[in-house]
Design a protein around this ligand. Structure first.
Ligand SMILES: Cc1ncc(COP(=O)(O)O)c(C=O)c1O
Length: 432
């Protein structure tokens, strides 16, 4: 029996961390209000709860207009429609992200062009964008991933120079600010997700924000079965679908939004404490701080595990050992999308991949993004944001667990354990 829980020792942390999502009386009261109103969604559009939430949410992110939609994936799709993405257009996306960033590009029969991420932030590497631009490129779709922002200064400069649109995927960045400007308000549109794991949630849900009324009108028509938008100033008519959010979900979001600033401040303080304690830990690296991020919005705490400095013990063993110590974290949280088992692209479903080509463009083999692959398969370790919502003692337990595992890292050599085997699987193939 070793010292580590994974080899039969006592786990460092027995008490559960803060559970997510959090349900309070405010959510319950908001749900009751909708229930009794019998206005549960659909028409009139937008519903009272959805309209009130969207306005506050847009304002929090320094944008003029906001619209609730059914999911974050749809938020991206609606934003792509608003900027007029057409079949065959190319959209630049980061390789290291959730598949939901990329799927909407394909669904519009446009072509995603993968660009590697910056190892300092794990977000789209702006210095590699220019090389990926072709005459067909219409937009850049940066993701503010994990706890950092893509370099919006450089992305906006490039977009203006090459006449491209920018859609910010802000699924991880609720409440985040870059130089005092809200996530999603700097590009043409910003897309948010409210799926369960996100910083505010209604189980499922999404929102689009923008400063451009014409775009907002197109988003509203697209997600409301093609009906005229609320203001209908531009009188554009497009085919739309039902991607509305129901009023129960919007009511829950309204309640959660009230707590976001307080929760954000607690996470920020706790993560600072974590970094102070982790700074000199051999084998562990931290993402580079960026003073341009003026309000942190950490969907997860992301650090780096350097197995070469840790006797070549693979990340999967470290992460599994952490889990058995009672601290939840994940290594293979995302894969480079082009390699992911959740991305089995069949070119016959997406005809633009074959246009003007002898053979269809094979998105799965055309790319090699070394930084994304390193982050995904070897280096990145993701901790869920709710681990940072409790007292400082919770953070101390996380750090103590890291130190405990590292001090006994040799015990993990050649260890076979279900949790390690599970960590080697991509998220699509895991048991849980
Ligand atoms: C980076 C990123 N983009 C897009 C999405 C899609 O959001 P949803 O799951 O609400 O469709 C998610 C969330 O899962 C995400 O993490």
């Amino acid at each position: 029996m070793g010292k580590l829980a994974i080899t039969g020792g006592k786990p460092l942390r027995k008490k559960p961390f803060t559970q997510w999502p959090i349900a309070t009386k405010t959510e319950a009261a908001a749900l009751k209000e909708v229930l009794e109103s019998t206005l549960w969604g659909g028409q009139p559009f937008p519903g009272k709860q959805a309209a009130a939430f969207a306005a506050k949410f847009a304002a929090l992110h320094t944008a003029k207009y906001g619209q609730c939609v059914s999911t974050g994936t749809i938020a991206i799709q609606a934003a792509l429609k608003a900027i007029g993405i057409k079949p065959g257009d190319e959209v630049i996306v980061p390789a290291y992200t959730w598949e939901g960033t990329v799927g909407p590009v394909l669904l519009l029969n446009a072509v995603p062009v993968f660009v590697d991420v910056d190892p300092d932030t794990y977000c789209l590497d702006a210095s590699l964008i220019e090389k990926a631009i072709t005459p067909k490129t219409k937009a850049i779709l940066p993701v503010h991933l994990g706890m950092r922002f893509a370099d919006m200064d450089e992305i906006l400069r490039l977009a203006s120079e090459h006449n491209l649109k920018v859609i910010e995927d802000c699924a991880h960045a609720h409440g985040g600010m870059w130089r005092g400007k809200g996530a999603g308000s700097m590009g043409d549109l910003g897309a948010f997700s409210f799926q369960t794991s996100k910083l505010i949630t209604s189980g499922e849900g999404g929102a689009v924000i923008t400063n451009n009324l014409e775009y907002m009108e197109l988003v509203q028509s697209y997600i409301n079965a093609g009906r005229a938008s609320v203001s209908d100033k531009f009188k554009k008519r497009i085919i739309g679908f039902n991607y509305r959010l129901g009023e129960f979900q919007a009511a829950v979001l309204g309640a959660q939004l009230k707590r976001l600033p307080k929760e954000g401040a607690i996470r920020q303080k706790n993560m600072k404490h974590l970094e102070k304690r982790l700074q000199k830990t051999p084998g562990i690296g931290l993402l580079k701080p960026d003073p341009r991020i003026t309000r942190l919005a950490p969907y997860g705490y992301v650090m780096k595990y350097f197995s070469a400095q840790l006797k070549d013990i693979p990340r999967a063993a470290f992460v599994a050992a952490m889990q058995l110590e009672g601290v939840h974290c994940d290594g293979l949280f995302y894969e480079p999308v082009y390699k992911s088992s959740l991305f089995p692209v069949d070119p016959t479903d997406f005809p633009a991949l074959s246009w003007n080509r002898e053979r269809p463009f094979d998105l799965r083999t055309a790319y090699s993004c070394p930084e994304s692959e390193k982050a995904a398969y070897h280096e990145a370790v993701w901790f869920p944001h709710q681990h940072f919502l409790g007292p400082e003692k919770d953070v101390d337990d996380i750090v103590d667990a890291i130190h405990k595992v590292l001090e006994n890292i040799e015990d993990l050599r050649n260890l076979d354990h279900k949790a390690i085997r599970n960590q080697r699987l991509g998220r699509a193939d895991r048991e849980s």
